[in-house]
Design a protein around this ligand. Structure first.
Ligand SMILES: NC(=O)c1ccc[n+]([C@@H]2O[C@H](COP(=O)([O-])OP(=O)(O)OC[C@H]3O[C@@H](n4cnc5c(N)ncnc54)[C@H](O)[C@@H]3O)[C@@H](O)[C@H]2O)c1
Length: 307
């Protein structure tokens, strides 16, 4: 099967591209390399890589022609980043998604798998968070990811195209970038590897659903292969881990012992998050296969190999 992976040079997209190549698909990656890198693709053979923008309708149509599925991951990613530049966030995440969907329809692509985010839910009103949980986006990023979902679902209703939206919880694993916008695992890893104490905001008892990037890649493949359309699925591990527990697991794996530094809680951060993954299990056959300890051990050995 010929597939297009937008954002395929990024953290998650490179793993989706790799999973598709490994099972024998012909894969084209489209990426503007704003945060992605060639390094992320160096271990993946037989990839066609095109540098370009998801908002470029001529380019996306040219790449979509003849493909069976588009995995749409290209995005401006991050809550804080979106607060600094909401226009860019909306342009790439909303207009870019509309462009991908329009090109997919015009080029008779069978399916688009859209990468959404648990950020669309905001503070959880109940746990675990299932697909019917109310959405209350608390950043421009979350607004744009929700808008992308709505467009993907509307396209499936209005045009002859199948779309599926996957709402990822807290994804981690090899190739995850470290920047001022990074999430807690790469930030902890960076500090611990330099012998610096991890900074924990608040009491550390806030919880997250950390899910390995390998399970996210597997969910993408399952979604593309399924016959479902117009559906959203929560994709997490189904396990709730506190930031304090994460710190313990990471320190044990990295063989360090450093007392954490507690900073005041950060405004706008949700207290608890946990995915109900039963719908994805029932309909897609999704079953997370990587434990927190196993996933962190893999991340640590990747870091030790020099990333
Ligand atoms: N990392 C997470 O925990 C997480 C959680 C929920 C959802 N997501 C979603 O998963 C997807 C991938 O995120 P990621 O964590 O791998 O981030 P990432 O920044 O590593 O990947 C995004 C990729 O898109 C590319 N890109 C950005 N703008 C582009 C444009 N205009 N045209 C072409 N390419 C462009 C970047 O260069 C990068 O390679 C995103 O859609 C994001 O919203 C990520």
């Amino acid at each position: 099967m010929r597939c297009l992976v937008t954002g395929g040079a990024g953290f998650i997209g490179s793993h989706v591209a790799e999973a598709l190549v490994r099972r024998g698909d012909e894969v084209v990656v489209l990426d503007n390399f704003s945060t992605g890198s060639q390094d992320n693709l160096r271990d993946i053979p037989t990839l066609e890589v095109v540098k370009g923008d998801v908002r470029d309708s001529v380019l996306v149509a040219a790449l979509a022609r003849g493909t069976k599925a588009i995995f749409h991951l290209a995005a401006e990613v991050g809550n804080l980043k979106s607060l600094r530049d909401p226009g860019l966030d909306a342009s790439v995440n909303i207009l870019g998604t509309i462009n991908v969907l329009r090109c997919a329809v015009d080029c008779v692509v069978k399916k688009v798998v859209y990468s959404s985010s648990a950020a669309i839910f905001g503070e959880a009103r109940f746990l675990p968070v299932d697909e019917s949980h109310p959405t209350q986006p608390e950043s421009f990023y979350a607004v744009s990811k929700l808008a992308g979902e709505k467009y993907a679902l509307s396209f499936a209703r209005l045009f002859p195209i199948e779309t599926v939206c996957l709402r990822y919880f807290n994804v981690y694993g090899p190739r995850q970038g470290h920047s001022e916008y990074a999430s807690v695992i790469p930030i902890f890893a960076e500090r611990l590897s330099k012998g610096l104490p991890p900074v924990i905001y608040g009491d550390g008892e806030q919880t997250r659903d950390f899910v390995s990037v390998h399970d996210i890649a597997a969910a993408n493949v399952l979604a593309a292969d399924s016959s479902f359309s117009g559906e959203v699925f929560n994709i997490g591990s189904g396990v709730r881990t506190s930031v304090n527990r994460l710190n313990e697991v990471m320190q044990a794996s990295m063989c360090v012992r450093l007392a954490p530094f507690h900073a005041p809680p950060r405004a706008g951060e949700v207290r608890h998050s946990l995915a109900d993954i039963s719908k994805a299990g029932r309909m897609l056959g999704y079953a997370p296969s990587v434990s927190m300890e196993g996933g962190i051990a893999e991340l640590v050995s990747w870091l030790r190999e020099g990333s």
